[in-house]
Design a protein around this ligand. Structure first.
Ligand SMILES: [Ca+2]
Ligand SMILES: [Ca+2]
Length: 133
């Protein structure tokens, strides 16, 4: 989540006459402070806001999960991997979907609610992931 690291130039670049000025922190120390630039993850789905295409992702999502099989996927627990009943040759994570759940993928693509009947199909997932590349 750290995107940049630098030094705050609050000492060396400030006028020397501020060294005893209690009204400002400039020149107050003989050290330069550190500055970290950090990306936020506003919806706490582990995908940072700069690459997260879906805000307010709920994990677990509420897509029906009874019919999950090796070709049907939904986010059911706190990890970032889309769950299925039995692992097949396909797998997807929130990294692959740019922070979008099955429900959000169906909504964003304008697909009908029938696509949520038993989680997202492997076809829906693949089309979404390929559209991101
Ligand atoms: Ca996020
Ligand atoms: Ca998200």
């Amino acid at each position: 989540m750290v995107t940049e690291f630098t030094f705050a130039r609050g000492n060396a670049d400030s006028p020397a006459n501020l060294v005893n000025d209690d009204s400002t922190a400039l020149r107050a120390s003989d050290h330069e402070g550190l500055v970290l630039y950090i990306n936020k993850d506003s919806d706490n789905d582990t995908i940072t806001d700069d690459v997260d295409m879906c805000a307010d992702t709920s994990v677990p999502e509420t897509a029906p999960s009874k019919g999950l099989n090796p070709n049907r996927f939904a986010l059911l627990d706190g990890d970032i991997v889309f769950d299925t009943k039995k692992a097949g040759k396909n797998s997807f994570s929130l990294v692959d979907t740019a922070g979008c759940s099955c429900e959000q993928i169906v909504a964003t693509q304008g697909l009908g609610k029938g696509h949520l009947k038993n989680g997202c199909s492997v076809g829906v997932m693949k089309v979404w992931v390929e559209s991101l590349n």
